[in-house]
Design a protein around this ligand. Sequence first.
Ligand code: MN
Length: 229
Amino acid sequence: MTSYAIPLWDMPAVPVTGSDALFPVRHVYCVTRNYDPRAAEPGGISEREVPAIFTKAPGSVLAVGGEVPYPPETERFEPEIELVIAIGEGGSAIAPETAEAHIFGYTLGLDMTRRDLQRAARAEGRPWDIAKWFDAATPLGPIRPVGEIGHPRSGAITLDVNGARIQQGDLNQMIWKPNEVVALLARYETLAPGDIIFTGTPEGETVVEKGDRLEGEIEGIGRLSVTIT
Ligand code: MN
């Protein structure tokens, strides 16, 4: 039997609705800038830029919300409410037409961001990982399996902070649809079961402080509550 020189850590994992089983998180991918009201119109957007792709540490997952400690070395702390895809079947070079077969389910998540550090990194041409990786940087709701909710492609996505509506959009405003996001990532990476993908955030921004209460919701998927401590 294999032994390890230090104690093994817990596998990051998220509850699955309608089941006692947990969804283990292998890798957290994110895409940027993926909402535009024009994308909801017939014909959508003809010219699309490939979004930036980045990752967050799986160890930063905070399953089904809770308390997010205000991170150190941060002047401007911002939440981003996002639809999150959970991959159930891996693969590479996946076509958009077959990408849905790789999706286990969906949830909502908060891509918590140290915006001041991200902006400084961008301005200096440095990686922005430090803006996205810290304790509890990745709150997630419970995963809703495709067998329960299908593949949601429209529905309100909102974030309230202390009862005030900060972010509001609709899943039908996504420039790259969930199946296209999966196919895009699979051009660059071999996706595997347990991978989750943040799909970008609708418009609206604010800074959050200690004591603030964040309530995210996606119609048809669920709610996610977080308090900054
Ligand atoms: Mn984001």
